[in-house]
Design a protein. Sequence first.
Length: 240
Amino acid sequence: MPTATSLWSHDFSRRSYELEIMDDPDTPLDELLGALDELAWINRLLGGFGPSIKGIRSLLRADQNAFSLLDVGSGGGDMARRLHTWAAGRGLEARIQGIDLSPPIVARAQQHCEDLETVQHRVQDLMSLNGHEAFDIVHCAIVLHHLDDPAAAAALEKMFAVSRWGLVVNDLHRHPLPYYFIRLLTRLLSRNRMIRNDGPLSVRRAFRRHELESLARQAGLPKPSIEWHWGFRWLMVFRK
């Protein structure tokens, strides 16, 4: 348990650029897949799906009963499955294409969503998409903080370019409270080295509001709406 003094042992005024274990291509497969399962549980516990759903709902057109969505950095497919379930419950057909750089992660997502005909996952680099691959909505959750600022700005620019209606970004708020909460939670409940290291580090790599605004300007995008949500999440929405 951190002491009052150690609560401020990290400089939360600046983003950390230390690489997470998940970003290491040599991470053992069983450790990676185990971390995906635990991340899904943590996301449910902390309400991580809510901001994404709110952002997507805000971009839907009243006269549409179907929409296409690109889920960038789709991970194990939990977000895609939750979005499909949410849309179906409202009589909407969600045609979801998830992309991720990791073949084993994509294979896990395909397995997780194999019963959903309108949800697909493939190994794909976002920056390799061309202008002919457009989606009504592009969505990106808990991915942007993995990138340094130039790469994050380039990703925002690309995602906005391949969206017809707009872009939804769901990411973390850098603050000591979630850092020490997730540090304590993962040490109590997880034996996975990746979860115990990357969970707190993700918070240190995350954003303050002004940093998200700066990334949007660097990307040359219109001013987004930015909202804070419980679980120390930012919801950033760009509209066309």
